[in-house]
Ligand binder design. Structure first.
Ligand SMILES: C[S@@+](CC[C@H](N)C(=O)[O-])C[C@H]1O[C@@H](n2cnc3c(N)ncnc32)[C@H](O)[C@@H]1O
Ligand SMILES: [Zn+2]
Length: 326
């Protein structure tokens, strides 16, 4: 069985039909030999709703409204992949690993049978989710994960990542980002196809937030981790490239948007200035929301030669679900 199939097999008991909210069970191909299970080819619920798994490994779980938009384009995804591969955003990945480790240390005792579950909504290529899982497993020796030592040896307590994405180009990469990631194509605005109280950490990095759904899927003691830009993020590149500027007062709006479902917890900041090669500067401009308006040829002429200075200013905030009284 492929590793992507194994992660999906672990995730299926946590999934819910996006059309009727009933549990889903896996549909499997014929096993290759006695005592083995065949790869998962899809899932179905008892009401007969069926969803296919793509050859590339992701499972598409759209609700009644289906796909309403395409999300990031293949070009944006490629730009993001090159930027993330350059290492310039590694400090954010390290911080997210530490924050998830601390959250899970509290929410998920190491002696609980199954491993912790981290869901990233709008997970892109799976870069940050992979880093978080590898921190939780203890793969990354240098990280102070706070997760209480190496997990996942012997399989029982290995963490499970569930990444959701609306972009097929991103989901294809997400499906092969890590052996412990199950990749779902789903629209965050239409709800998460995941059972109540089934997740320890929901992580959202520069992607849409659905507060009610995040609160519903988080178990007792679960934590929502939200990463986004701080003031001056990507300057002076942002101005030189003509990128959109994030609206001021984002932190206040973030809290207001989550109020009612979440109370704020700890806040962390990553803030440094880096020199990046011109090609990375171009990809930084093209990978975000401005990417669809900007012209690569023009950017390469203006920014492509030599190194460029860029400020990386990111805020990572944690939130705790507010449980309504029964
Ligand atoms: C700025 S990218 C961030 C990707 C990833 N979190 C990262 O930081 O590398 C935003 C991602 O959210 C996805 N997205 C946008 N709207 C979405 C929605 N309604 N449901 C699920 N994913 C969505 C996009 O396709 C894109 O991959
Ligand atoms: Zn159904």
């Amino acid at each position: 069985m492929s590793s992507a199939s194994r992660a999906l097999r672990r995730a299926v008991p946590l999934l819910r039909c996006p059309l009727c909210a009933e549990p889903l069970t896996s549909v499997e191909a014929v096993p290759s030999g006695p005592g083995t299970s065949g790869p998962i080819t899809g899932v179905r619920c008892d009401s007969g709703h069926a969803f296919d798994r793509a050859r590339q490994g992701h499972l598409t779980l759209f609700g009644p409204r289906g796909r309403r938009f395409v999300g990031d384009t293949a070009d944006q995804v490629l730009s993001r992949e090159r930027v993330l591969g350059s290492g310039v955003l590694d400090p954010l990945a390290t911080l997210l690993g530490r924050v998830a480790g601390e959250a899970i240390g509290r929410a998920h005792p190491a002696d609980r049978g199954a491993g912790p579950v981290v869901l990233e909504a709008g997970a892109g290529t799976g870069f940050y989710l992979e880093r978080v899982l590898s921190t939780l497993r203890g793969d990354r020796g240098g990280d102070d994960s706070g997760s209480g030592g190496r997990r996942g040896e012997g399989g029982a307590a290995a963490p499970l990542g569930i990444g959701t994405e609306i972009s097929v180009a991103a989901a294809r990469r997400l499906a092969r980002a890590d052996a412990d990631i199950a990749a779902l194509v789903a629209d965050t605005w239409d709800g998460l196809p995941v059972a109540d109280d089934s997740v320890d950490v929901v992580q959202v990095v520069f992607a849409p937030r659905n507060a009610a759904e995040f609160a519903r899927v988080l178990g007792p003691g679960g934590v929502l981790v939200v990463a986004g830009p701080g003031p001056g993020h990507l300057e002076p590149l942002r101005s030189h490239a003509g990128m959109l500027t994030p609206e001021a007062g984002k932190a206040g709006r973030l809290e207001a948007g989550l109020a009612g479902s979440f109370s704020p917890g700890a806040a962390h900041v990553v803030d440094f200035t880096a020199q990046v090669p011109g090609s990375v500067a171009v990809d930084l401009a093209l990978m975000g929301p401005s990417g669809v308006h900007l012209d690569r040829g023009g950017l390469e002429q203006r920014l492509g030669g030599g190194d460029r200075e860029v400020r990386v200013h990111l805020e990572v905030r944690t939130f705790h679900p507010v449980r309504s009284a029964q």
